[in-house]
Design a protein around this ligand. Structure first.
Ligand SMILES: [Zn+2]
Length: 501
């Protein structure tokens, strides 16, 4: 079994403040990172900010603050988002850092030495918003960017090209040998067919602005911001000839939004092939969020602010809602009414009520202590086996279908609720059948402890509070009564998940 896991989010472009989309990607990555740490893996989780390019210069000018201040303040906002959402990243890479610039220069030098860069002239339709050239076919009405809706500009400039076309066959071969390289599968065929149709060489330098990494072989040029940005996945490990790189490269999974899949599944692997660096194992592509049925946009004024959400509802409720509704392969819709409804039904009723019910019963009938039980009858053993079986959960996490993993845990909590309702331990205590009542509570308590660990990646704060309520902080991943028996539960009732109106 692979003992390390290297996963990345894209570095976020700091022309705007963090929004729902950034929070979503980071939370997906965080769930995967936390789950694998729980499974005992040595995890490196990279995120950061993309700070070069014309659009950043324009955004800084618009804001009225000097460029250096602007980028520091924006990068800080993204770090604060991570703190607020409990994102457990191992490193935060900024492309304006000296280390990053040095690593980019090294990689470009390898590619150049390999004969894959040549001088030429480029004329094309460029979207400043995307920092990308478009072919007419990809544009709305032949002149507007499909992402930004705004008109593209016609640019003509001296440039250096990367021989992307040279790597067509090697890319196709890599896709064929690694059918899980691009997830979900629907995205795989889309990319595969486009590459098969042919690849133009890629213009990788600009002369129209200078906020970027200098092209080392012609100082009039700076590197195309995407080529610069993609190298963060290496500079984030301190560069190529480092122990961190040796330990973690290549990435096990790179998590991205669907709008940047071409860069990550075609351009990035081609650059790596040219530089003689091994390729990432998987790229996990997620869809976008609409808000109450509409596309999220500044103009519509419906941008979901992760800071506001976390302050208003708590970061765990926000995390839970996004993961519970994350249709990885397609778009998802954000609805505040649904967030409240799901908080109430799933977190408060299904999980919170069960915990407080058990705590109350233990205080009432067992001196607040979880009983130690060793003997179970066949029916009870059968129930324990159902709860203990976490294979599906582990498989779902390992194949990055994390929403299904969350569903699986929630379903187990529903089983516990049904079990306690059917067994009626309160009746046993009232009718001098104490040992049966104790058995029920012991089974439920160890089940809750065990399942709370599976909730950890999704709702890290609340999962810990669940264990605190039961007085057992044991985080052993096995199901065993010795991990909860004898624990003193909280003496007073505590509301784990407040109902939302
Ligand atoms: Zn655009």
């Amino acid at each position: 079994m692979n003992k390390t896991l290297y996963l990345t989010t894209p570095i976020y472009y700091i022309n705007g403040s963090p929004h729902l989309g950034h929070a979503y990607t980071s939370i997906i990555a965080d769930v995967i990172a936390r789950a694998h740490r729980l499974f005992g893996k040595d995890v490196f989780f990279l995120t950061g900010t993309d700070e070069h390019g014309q659009k950043i210069v324009e955004a800084a000018q618009k804001s009225g603050s000097p460029l250096a201040h602007f980028i520091d303040a924006r990068a800080q906002e993204f770090k604060e988002m991570n703190t607020l959402l409990n994102i457990s990243n191992s490193n935060f890479i900024r492309t304006s850092s000296d280390l990053h610039k040095k690593v980019v220069t090294e990689i470009i030098t390898s590619i150049y030495s390999n004969g894959d860069i040549y001088a030429g002239t480029y004329r094309g339709l460029y979207c400043v918003g995307c920092e990308a050239y478009y072919s007419k076919d990809d544009l709305i009405d032949g002149n507007r960017c499909p992402t930004h809706q705004q008109e593209v500009r016609e640019l003509e400039e001296d440039t250096y090209f990367f021989k992307l076309g040279k790597y067509q066959d090697k890319l196709l071969e890599y896709y064929e040998k690694n059918p899980n390289f691009i997830l979900p599968q629907t995205r795989f065929s889309e990319i595969y067919n486009r590459v098969k149709a042919g690849l133009d060489d890629l213009s990788i330098t600009r002369t129209s602005f200078d906020w970027g990494v200098r092209f080392p072989f012609d100082h009039k040029h700076v590197l195309y911001v995407w080529v610069d940005a993609l190298c963060n996945y290496i500079s984030g490990l301190d560069g190529i000839k480092t122990s961190t790189f040796a330990r973690f490269w290549p990435p096990d999974v790179q998590i991205i939004g669907k709008d940047i899949s071409w860069f990550h599944t075609v351009i990035w692997p081609a650059l790596l092939l040219s530089a003689g660096i091994s390729l990432p194992k998987q790229v996990l592509i997620h869809g976008w969020w609409t808000v109450e049925g509409d596309k999220m946009s500044k103009t519509l004024g419906n941008v979901i602010d992760p800071f506001e959400m976390s302050r208003e509802y708590g970061s765990d409720v926000f995390r839970f809602y996004l993961m519970y509704n994350a249709h990885m392969g397609s778009d998802s819709n954000f609805s505040l009414a649904e967030l409240k409804q799901q908080n109430n039904a799933v977190l408060a009723n299904n999980i919170g009520n069960l915990v407080s019910r058990v705590v109350t019963l233990l205080n009432q009938y067992c001196n607040g202590t979880i009983p130690m039980i060793t003997e179970f009858d066949p029916e009870e053993k059968k129930f324990i086996e159902i709860i203990k079986d976490n294979k599906k959960y582990v498989d779902e996490i390992s194949s990055y279908t994390i929403r299904n993993a969350l569903f699986d845990v929630i379903e187990k909590f529903a089983e516990l609720n049904k079990y306690i309702t059917d067994r009626k331990p309160w009746d046993d205590f009232k009718h001098s059948n104490k040992s049966r009542g104790e058995k029920t509570l012991a089974m439920i308590c160890e089940s809750i402890r065990f399942l709370s660990l599976q909730l950890d990646p999704f709702i890290p704060i609340k999962a810990q509070e669940i264990r605190k309520s039961l007085g057992t902080m044991n985080i052993n991943l096995d199901f065993d009564f010795k991990y909860s028996a004898g624990s003193k539960v909280l003496a007073e009732k505590r509301i784990l998940f407040a109902k939302l109106e």
